[in-house]
Design a protein around this ligand. Structure first.
Ligand code: HEM
Ligand SMILES: *[C@@H]1O[C@H](CO)[C@@H](O)[C@H](O)[C@H]1NC(C)=O
Ligand SMILES: *[C@@H]1O[C@H](CO)[C@@H](O)[C@H](O)[C@H]1NC(C)=O
Length: 330
């Protein structure tokens, strides 16, 4: 093993290197770093294969589950960082994030995570964190539905806390404007390009009527026949639980079809269509056009942005814990 560099401190004439080294050490301490994708190779060699097998079975049975797993990772990372806080169940004296507005009656996939965790606890007890399971499952789900792959950075640990109020404040709403979306993502260290690319996650999955009824009854920037066909299944008031695909062109295929839909006013959520104003209007119109034209460009930017999103404020080293049960603190 290489020894840590310590020469700089004993060479007072190199004051600049001392300052630089100090800054580097400070950065490392201030910003927890994930390890590479080989983090479990020694401690739990079958970890990644185990997660992939569980995800694969679940997505074969229900393709939408791939979308639900991808969304779980997003809702984890945007609230206190990627620390599996989203997975904690409410108890008598603890309120988690599952009942928060953006999550309640909407998040899915907890059982799939439980299945992976159960197998992993048998293979290598208290070794693979729930936060890492979410990150790997999201990647595997995207790959299985035809999307790009990327090396998932690992070494996240699990929180002992959760925050319903941060879930309500930090997860963007489907009624968001472009400015609101850009702020929400920039608050997490993500750029405009990251935001637009990550929104392409809506190339898979479904949304409930309650989340798009305002758009199909009130928005003026929606394709008329698209709105009419959606109104048939989504009443103006009352039960808002009926589902529609976020990307009607290929609901379970991970591709750039979502962006093509935006070009023709067929974004399902108000926040989707906010990315493309058309008529030379919006600051992200150019990116949407590029992604609609090039699945390769979208895939590359999406993969990079997923790695960045997966690196939001992780707990590493001895911070947090590795939960035995993803739904409860140890
Ligand atoms: C840009 C801001 C975003 C907003 C406002 C937003 C909002 C929503 C809403 C309202 C739904 C439908 C939930 C329901 O009706 O039950 C949804 C679904 C979904 N979202 Fe997002 N989302 C955003 C970004 C993202 C990101 C960054 C990802 C992942 C990288 C993502 C992945 C998904 C997926 C895959 C679904 C479908 C889930 C399923 O079918 O179970 N979203 N989103
Ligand atoms: C909640 O209650 C359980 C058992 O009733 C206890 O073990 C735990 O420490 C309590 N948690 C908090 C945060 O008070
Ligand atoms: C449409 O907008 C009106 C006026 O703001 C509002 O009262 C109504 O609830 C909206 N309709 C839907 C379906 O959201």
């Amino acid at each position: 093993m290489a020894r840590p560099p310590r020469a700089a401190a004993s060479l007072p004439q190199h004051r600049l290197s001392v300052v630089v080294l100090g800054l580097l050490l400070f950065r490392a301490a201030a910003k927890a770093q994930l390890s590479g994708d080989s983090y479990y190779d020694a401690s739990c060699p079958a970890a990644l294969l185990t997660i992939r097998t569980v995800v694969s079975a679940a997505v074969l049975l229900d393709p939408r589950m791939g979308a639900s797993l991808l969304r779980l990772h997003f809702h984890d990372c945007f609230v206190q960082g990627c620390d599996a806080s989203v997975l904690l169940d409410d108890t008598g004296n603890f309120t988690g994030e599952k009942g928060a507005g953006p999550n309640a009656g909407s998040l899915r996939g907890f059982e799939v995570v439980d299945n992976a965790k159960m197998l992993l606890e048998t293979l290598c007890p208290q070794t693979v964190s729930c936060a890492d399971i979410l990150a790997v499952a999201a990647r595997d789900a995207v790959v299985q539905l035809g999307g790009p792959s990327w090396a998932v950075q690992l070494g996240r640990r699990d929180s002992t806390t959760a925050s319903a109020s941060l879930a309500n404040s930090d997860l963007p709403s489907p009624s968001s404007t472009l400015a609101t979306l850009l702020t929400a993502f920039s608050n997490k260290g993500l750029t405009t390009t990251d935001m637009v690319a990550l929104s392409g996650a809506h190339t898979i999955g479904r949304a409930q009527c309650a989340n798009f009824r305002d758009r199909i009854y009130n928005d003026t920037d929606i394709d008329a026949s698209f709105a009419a066909s959606l109104r048939a299944g989504c009443p103006q008031s009352g039960d808002g639980s009926s589902l529609a695909p976020l990307d009607e062109s290929s609901p379970d295929g991970f591709d750039n079809g979502y962006f093509g839909g935006l070009l023709s006013g067929r974004g399902l959520l108000h926040s989707d269509q906010a990315l493309f104003a058309g008529g030379g209007g919006g600051s992200t119109d150019g990116l949407v056009r590029s992604y609609a034209a090039s699945n390769g460009q979208f895939s590359g930017d999406f993969a990079s942005a997923m790695v960045k999103m997966g690196g939001i404020s992780p707990l590493t080293g001895t911070a947090g814990e590795v939960r035995v049960n993803c739904r409860a603190v140890n």
